[in-house]
Design a binder for this molecule. Structure first.
Ligand SMILES: Nc1ncnc2c1ncn2[C@@H]1O[C@H](COP(=O)(O)OP(=O)(O)OP(=O)(O)O)[C@@H](O)[C@H]1O
Ligand SMILES: [Mg+2]
Length: 318
């Protein structure tokens, strides 16, 4: 349904998107995750044919955005992260306007709009002015507009931003529902956990580059591999020596000495390795009084991975 090959977008000196490739099948719900400035909006705008790539190829339903931008626009529903103002227009007028733009027949138009407003829960406020809508209502209208041409591919840029917890739950429900209708959904967020429940795939990027792409299970397994270990020594003067001891051992990353004899590090290895490591440290004479492994949350690992590619430490990231 969506095939992105070696996509690159350069703005001046910024590589907003850097050699990005991935592929989505019909009915996939893919979360697009990355910190601020990672290149999510740029990628989505290119897919929605609103921006020209510097290099690379995007195909939607087998057709190229270069060769068939108009046909592709009819297949895509794009929910941008911001939208213009429409003075003196009601929600119904607004959807009517877009339905006309898509040249939907007058008879079918009213039916389509009613069906969509029913789906997104806009029915009660159909005659409310667009400029008077709250953030949550605006997002519903925005989603309704993106659905007007009955798209096969939905591209949604941070649809949950600014929504209250209840509206977020409803949004998740709507997205799942779209997937059940066979639509492919590509939805961005800078919050990893927000999407992991509703997505079957995840694409994680940072600085325009792909960090991870796969099914949610694959990504979670890949990201969760390993432990965060907190060590506390009775004698704080031994911390430096313990750092030297740890960095020489395989599978150990991000050794972070702290205050009062505390030290943190990441271990990318099986649980069996933990008691062996503790024994070695004690045998070396380190005054270990605490040695506490924790399985990092997805959020922790995401922070670490994206931190690392910002020029952080020893460079053996994902
Ligand atoms: N029109 C533009 N001109 C110049 N630079 C741009 C333009 N649009 C985006 N950029 C730059 O490209 C990079 C990626 O921006 P983009 O908006 O795609 O990130 P994002 O992942 O959507 O971030 P956010 O989470 O803040 O929405 C940033 O460094 C940004 O400053
Ligand atoms: Mg953005």
């Amino acid at each position: 349904m969506l095939k992105v090959d070696n996509l690159t977008k350069i703005f001046g000196k910024t590589r907003a998107v850097d050699d990005l490739s991935f592929e989505l099948e019909e009915g996939d719900v893919c979360g697009f995750i990355g910190p601020n400035g990672a290149g999510k909006t740029t990628t989505m705008r290119i897919i929605a044919t609103l921006e020209e790539p510097t290099d690379g190829q995007v195909r939607v339903g087998g057709e190229s955005i270069h060769e068939e931008p108009y046909r592709i626009r009819r297949r895509i529903g794009f929910m941008p992260d911001h939208y213009g103002t429409y003075p003196d227009m009601t929600c119904r007028d607004y959807l009517e306007f877009y339905a006309r733009a898509y040249e939907i027949e007058p008879k079918a138009r009213a039916r389509r709009i009613d069906g969509i407003m029913d789906f997104t829960g806009l029915g009660d406020i159909a005659d409310k002015k667009v400029e008077e809508l709250s953030k949550g209502m605006r997002q519903r209208l925005n989603l309704s507009r993106a659905l007007i041409n009955d798209p096969k591919l939905m591209v949604m840029d941070e649809p949950a931003a600014g929504l209250d917890p209840r509206a977020r739950v409803e949004l998740r429900y709507l997205i799942r529902n779209l997937a059940e209708q066979g639509k492919t959904v590509f939805v961005s967020s800078h919050i990893l956990t927000e999407l992991s429940e509703i997505c079957d795939h995840m694409l994680i990027i940072d600085q325009g580059r792909k960090i991870s792409f796969g099914s949610v299970e694959e990504i979670q397994r890949g990201l969760r591999e390993g432990f965060e270990i907190r060590v506390r020594l009775v004698d704080p003067s031994q911390v430096e020596g313990l750092v030297r001891f740890l960095v020489q051992r395989p599978g150990i990353q991000d050794v972070r000495p702290g205050e009062n004899g505390v030290l943190l590090f990441s271990l990318r290895d099986e649980a069996e390795r933990i008691p062996a490591l503790l024994r070695e440290a004690v045998n070396e004479g380190f005054s270990v009084m605490e040695f506490r492994p924790e399985t990092p949350t997805m959020e922790d690992v995401f922070m670490r991975i994206t931190g690392q590619t910002n020029g952080g430490n020893n460079g053996n990231g994902a």
